[in-house]
Design a protein around this ligand. Structure first.
Ligand code: GSH
Length: 219
């Protein structure tokens, strides 16, 4: 039975799970939870009451949380691009960077985006300022950390790059990475040029009008 992935083409965490599926050409059925396809969302919510996406279904098994999905794919549907290095220390470094991209880039970006979707009276400018400061700190640290590397943790494309691609794509829309952070900027460009990531960007293009801050005319 083919794998199924519940998610949305414009969702950063969905991209994170799609990238390894595309990298390793793993067959799967995409269950788009867009409001235009309410049955898919209803099935997601039945399976996972928090209704967060992505959710992977593999026969009798289901896996939620994008990092766990990638770990699962690497263990049970491995391909040429290994998402978790065999070396235990390298594996720790990859998981550490995965957390950095999710917690300090993606989730912080989502704070700014979610604020823009609220009614005016519930907006939180103080929280948005803190989120933007957090992004600046993360950019500065990543710019130094990534120096001399092709991918997040070294020469190999891993779980950390799946998290980075999804998070840096949208973070740069919210808070552009400035030229002083040339290493990080070049890394984002390298990610977007990777076919698995480029496919996510293209498939999400029809949904850009969903972006509450207004999608920039680039990428
Ligand atoms: N930590 C989760 C985050 C999942 C998440 O927040 N996904 C967003 C879409 S990018 C979502 O489900 N949004 C709908 C909602 O929060 O109800 C993961 O890594 O999968």
């Amino acid at each position: 039975m083919a794998l199924e992935l519940f998610g949305h083409p414009f969702s950063s965490y969905t991209w994170k799970a799609l990238i390894p599926l595309y990298e390793n050409e793993i067959a799967f059925t995409f269950r788009n939870v867009d409001p235009g396809e309410p049955d898919n969302y209803a099935e997601l919510a039945r399976r996972w009451p928090l209704a967060k996406f992505p959710l992977l279904v593999d026969g009798e098994r289901q896996v939620f949380e994008s990092s766990a999905i990638i770990e699962y794919l690497d263990a049970f549907h491995p391909g040429a691009t290994r998402m978790i290095p065999a070396d235990p220390w390298q594996a720790v470094r990859v998981r550490e960077l995965d957390r950095v991209f999710d917690n300090y880039v993606m989730n912080v970006t989502q704070t700014v985006v979610a604020n823009a979707m609220r009614p005016e009276e519930h907006r939180d400018p103080w929280g948005v300022d803190r989120a933007r400061e957090g992004l600046d700190k993360a950019y500065a640290w990543l710019d130094g950390e990534l120096a001399g590397r092709s991918w997040a943790a070294g020469d190999a494309f891993t779980l950390a790059d799946c998290a980075a691609a999804a998070s840096l794509f949208y973070a740069d829309w919210v808070q552009p990475i400035d030229d002083a952070h040339a290493t990080l900027k070049a890394y984002r460009a390298r990610l977007l040029a990777r076919p698995s990531v480029a496919r996510c960007v293209e498939d999400a293009r029809p949904y850009r009008h969903y972006f509450p801050l207004g999608a920039p005319d680039r990428d």
